[in-house]
Design a protein around this ligand. Structure first.
Ligand code: C5P
Length: 324
C-alpha cells in the first residue's frame, strides 16, 4: 500500500516526468499563445534566491491575487445589450464567508475513497466542470455550492451544458483564458471558446441560477505567483481549474480542504473518477502548469502528510484567517 514517503514531492520538475509526458510539457513550455512577456520567463527565485516558506507563499498569494468577477459596468460589457445578464456585484460580495470549505478535484483517485460524508460535512463545496455527484455519492458527496466551469465545457456538444441537470445545482462560475495583458476588449474579441455566447444562452434558459464570469486577470496573477517561485520556466498557459477553484474558496472561507489535488495512496492514471480514460497528464499536467501548482500547494499545506496519504486532503487557511 505504499508509504508516507510517496506523497507529493514539492520539488517535482519536468525532468522527473516520463519521456512522453516530458516532451509534451516541453512543447507547451516553448509555446506562448497568450503573449506572456519574456521578462517573466524566469521567476524571481530562479537566480537561486531563498525559497519562500509556506506562510510566505500564502502571504504572497494573498497580496498578489484578487479574486473578482465581471460586473455590468466594466468595459466593453457596459455598452453591450446583454450586460444586464451579468450579476451586479462580484461573487465575493454575494457569497460567504463560510467556515469550512471543500474543493473536490475530479481526480481518478477519488474513486473508492469513501470521502463523500466528509466532503458533505463542509459548509460549502466546490466542484469542477462536468464532475457528477449522482452515482458517486459515497466517494464525492452530494453537496454542490459552487461549480467552476471552463469555456470548453460550456461550448462542447458532449457536455450538453445548456440542458444537462448536472449544471443546475449551486452557483456557476465560468472562466476562459485571456491574453496575458488581461485587456477585456482584446479578450472579448478572441476568447478560446465562445464563453459569452454560451453564457447569454444559459442565463436566458436558467435566469434564477446565479452565474458569474471570473475576471481573467485572476488567472495571470496566479500564474505570475507560480512562476515567481519556480526555478524553471513553467508552461505559459493559465493555471488549472483546480488551483483557480482553490484560490476562489480561499477568498470565501476560513479554512479550505482540497481533496485529491495532491494524490493520496489511491493515486492512479485514471484521469477522472467519472470516466474510463487513463492519462498521467491529468494528474501531472501538460497544457496547464499543474506540476508547479501542486508543488506550491504542497508547500502551503498546513495539514500532516498523513492526511494527503490517506485522504488526499490538503488544509489551507482562507485569506482572512492570517495576517501578513
Ligand atoms: O479535468 P478537470 O479540469 O475538469 O479537473 C478539475 C481539476 O482537478 C483540474 O483542473 C486539476 O487541477 C485537478 N485534477 C487533478 N488530477 C486529475 C484530474 C483533475 O489534479 N487526475
Amino acid at each position: 500500500h505504499g508509504s508516507l514517503g510517496e506523497v507529493w514531492d514539492e520539488q517535482m520538475s519536468s525532468s522527473m516526468l516520463g519521456k512522453r509526458l516530458r516532451k509534451v510539457v516541453q512543447n507547451y513550455q516553448a509555446m506562448n499563445k497568450y503573449g506572456v512577456p519574456f521578462h517573466t520567463k524566469g521567476g524571481a527565485d530562479s537566480g537561486g534566491g531563498p525559497k519562500r516558506t509556506g506562510p510566505e507563499l500564502l502571504c504572497q498569494l494573498k497580496g498578489k491575487v484578487g479574486v473578482t468577477t465581471l460586473t455590468p459596468e466594466l468595459k466593453p460589457f457596459s455598452s453591450l445589450p446583454w450586460a444586464p445578464l451579468l450579476p451586479p456585484r462580484p461573487l465575493t460580495s454575494d457569497l460567504g464567508p463560510f467556515r469550512s470549505c471543500a474543493v473536490v478535484s475530479s481526480a481518478g483517485s477519488l474513486k473508492h475513497s469513501g470521502l463523500g460524508k466528509e466532503i458533505d460535512s463542509h459548509d460549502a463545496v466546490l466542484r469542477f466542470n462536468a464532475a457528477p455527484t449522482v452515482g458517486y455519492e459515497k466517494d464525492v458527496g452530494t453537496k454542490t455550492t459552487v461549480r467552476l466551469i471552463n469555456s470548453q465545457v460550456m461550448a462542447s456538444d458532449d457536455h450538453r451544458f445548456l440542458s444537462s441537470s448536472l449544471y443546475s445545482a449551486g452557483i456557476l462560475v465560468a472562466w476562459d483564458p485571456s491574453p496575458y495583458s488581461s485587456d477585456l476588449n482584446e479578450w472579448y474579441n478572441r476568447t478560446d471558446y465562445p464563453i459569452f455566447l454560451q453564457y447569454q444562452k444559459y442565463r436566458r434558459l436558467h435566469p434564477q441560477q446565479p452565474f458569474y464570469i471570473l475576471h481573467p486577470r485572476v488567472e495571470w496573477q496566479l500564474w505570475d505567483t507560480i512562476q515567481a517561485n519556480m526555478a524553471e520556466a513553467i508552461q505559459r498557459n493559465p493555471p488549472s481549474s483546480g488551483l483557480l477553484g482553490t484560490v476562489l474558496m480561499m477568498s470565501l472561507c476560513k479554512v479550505v480542504h482540497v481533496y485529491e489535488f495532491l494524490p493520496s495512496r489511491r493515486k492512479t492514471e485514471l484521469c477522472h473518477y467519472y470516466q474510463r480514460f487513463y492519462d498521467a497528464a491529468c494528474t501531472l499536467g501538460a497544457y496547464h502548469p499543474l506540476l508547479y501548482e501542486k508543488n506550491l500547494v504542497k508547500r502551503m499545506n498546513q495539514g500532516p502528510d498523513r492526511d494527503i496519504f490517506s485522504h488526499g486532503r490538503v488544509t489551507l487557511p482562507g485569506f482572512n484567517s492570517f495576517n501578513c
